[in-house]
Design a protein around this ligand. Structure first.
Ligand SMILES: CSC[C@@H](O)[C@@H](O)C(=O)COP(=O)(O)O
Length: 359
C-alpha cells in the first residue's frame, strides 16, 4: 500500500509529520486554519499539491466546526482565511490558484439567493474534499503520459531515470507527479533503475523519496547532489524527471533548489529533461520565471542536521529553497492532459483546468 501523507474523514484532518521521517511515523492533528498554516510553514507537510490540499482541508475542518449562520460573514471569513493560508509559503502556486477558485465559489454561493447558509457550507466543503480525489486522478494521468513519452524516446527497452527532491505520495494526495511517472514506468516493467538525489539542505530525496522507493520496492540508488554530472557521464541516464512548484507561461519552472543545475548538466549530456506537474502548478499570470518569488528558509536547515551542527559556527548562509530552470532547458512538461513543450502551454491551459473541482 502506498504511503498516506494526508488522512481526512469529514471534519477530521491529520498529516504525516515529514520532519520526523524516515525515523518516526507520526501523524499531527490539524484542527483548523491556524494549525494548517503552521504545518505548511514548518514543512511538516510539503510539496506543492499537498500544501494546497492540506491548506484548503484545514479551512473545511474549521468551517464544519463553526456555526456561522450568515452567508456574508461566512464569505468574508473564507476569503481572509484562504489569503492567510497562501502566506504560509510563497513559491508553490497551487495553493494560490486553489484559494482564488474557492473565493470565486464563495462569492457565487453568497450571491445566489436560493442557496441557504447550510447548503453554502456543504457545497463549499465538498469542493475542497473533492480535491483529494482529483489530485490522485491527475497524478495517475501524469504517470501514464510521462511513461509513454519517456519510452517513446528511449533507445533500448529499459530506462534509467534521475529525479530530484520528493514528488511522491508524500508531496501529493497520492501516487505522485514525477515519482508517479517513475511508478508508472516501474509498473510497465520498463524501469531498470532510478537515481534520487539527496536534495540538500532539507534532504527530501534522502529522507522522503528514498523512503518511498524502498517502501514500493522500486530499484533505486541514492546519490549526493554533487554526483549528478558523474552519474550522467557514467550511467547512461535515459531521462530526468522532476516536479514543479510554479511554471510560468513561457515554461520557466521553479522547483527545489538544485533543479536548475541538473537541467544544465542534462543539456550538456543530451539527456531529456522533463517537468511533471498538474495544470494547477502553471501560473499563466507570469510571463516568465523572473517574477516568481523564491522562498528563503532559515540558516539552521543548512547548518544543522536535526540537533547536530555540521557547519562552522559564525559562517553566514544563503538558503533559497527553490531555483528557476529556464524554459530552453526543458524537453517537455508532463501534465494530466498530455506532454507539452513549454511553448505549447499557452494553447493548452484550458478554461476547464479547475484546481478545485466544481461543486
Ligand atoms: C509534487 S511536489 C513538486 C514540488 O513541490 C517539489 O518538487 C518541491 O520542490 C518540494 O519542495 P518543498 O520545499 O519540499 O515543499
Amino acid at each position: 500500500m502506498s504511503l498516506e501523507s494526508i488522512k481526512y474523514k469529514r471534519g477530521k484532518l491529520e498529516v504525516l509529520d515529514q520532519l520526523l521521517l524516515p525515523l518516526q511515523t507520526k501523524y499531527v492533528k490539524v484542527e483548523g486554519v491556524e494549525d494548517g498554516w503552521k504545518v505548511i510553514n514548518k514543512m511538516q507537510v510539503r510539496g506543492a499539491p499537498a500544501i494546497a490540499i492540506v491548506g484548503c482541508l484545514s479551512l473545511a475542518v474549521e468551517l464544519l466546526k463553526d456555526d456561522i449562520e450568515d452567508k456574508k460573514i461566512m464569505r468574508q471569513e473564507i476569503e481572509g482565511k484562504l489569503n492567510y493560508l497562501v502566506s504560509a509559503r510563497p513559491t508553490a502556486v497551487n495553493i494560490k490558484l486553489a484559494a482564488d477558485e474557492l473565493i470565486n465559489l464563495a462569492n457565487t454561493l453568497n450571491a445566489d439567493e436560493n442557496v441557504t447558509p447550510n447548503e453554502f457550507k456543504e457545497r463549499f466543503v465538498i469542493s475542497i474534499e473533492n480535491m483529494l480525489i482529483k489530485d490522485i486522478e491527475d497524478n495517475k494521468a501524469i504517470g501514464k503520459f510521462g511513461c509513454e513519452a519517456i519510452l517513446n524516446n528511449a533507445n533500448d527497452g529499459s530506462v534509467r531515470i534521475l529525479t530530484h527532491c520528493n514528488t511522491g505520495s508524500l508531496a501529493t494526495a497520492g501516487y505522485g507527479t514525477a515519482l508517479g511517472v517513475i511508478r508508472s514506468l516501474n509498473e510497465s516493467k520498463k524501469l531498470e533503475h532510478v537515481y534520487c538525489t539527496e536534495t540538500r539542505p532539507y534532504n527530501q530525496g534522502a529522507r522522503l523519496t528514498a523512503y518511498e522507493l524502498v517502501h514500493e520496492k522500486i530499484p533505486a540508488t541514492l546519490i549526493v547532489d554533487s554526483m549528478v554530472s558523474a552519474l550522467m557521464y557514467t550511467r547512461n541516464i535515459t531521462a530526468v524527471v522532476v516536479g514543479a512548484d510554479r511554471v510560468a507561461a513561457n515554461g520557466d519552472t521553479a522547483n527545489k533548489i538544485g533543479t536548475y543545475q541538473i537541467a544544465i548538466v542534462a543539456k550538456h549530456h543530451g539527456v531529456p529533461f522533463y517537468v511533471a506537474a498538474p495544470l494547477s502548478s502553471i501560473d499563466m499570470s507570469l510571463t516568465s520565471g523572473d517574477r516568481i518569488k523564491i522562498e528563503e528558509r532559515p540558516d539552521r536547515e543548512m547548518t544543522h542536521i536535526g540537533e547536530h551542527r555540521i557547519a562552522a559556527p559564525g559562517i553566514s548562509c544563503w538558503n533559497p529553497s527553490f531555483d528557476v530552470t529556464p524554459t530552453n532547458l526543458i524537453t517537455g512538461i508532463i501534465t494530466e492532459k498530455g506532454v507539452f513543450t513549454p511553448n505549447q502551454l499557452k494553447d493548452v491551459i484550458p478554461k476547464d483546468s479547475a484546481v478545485v473541482p466544481k461543486s
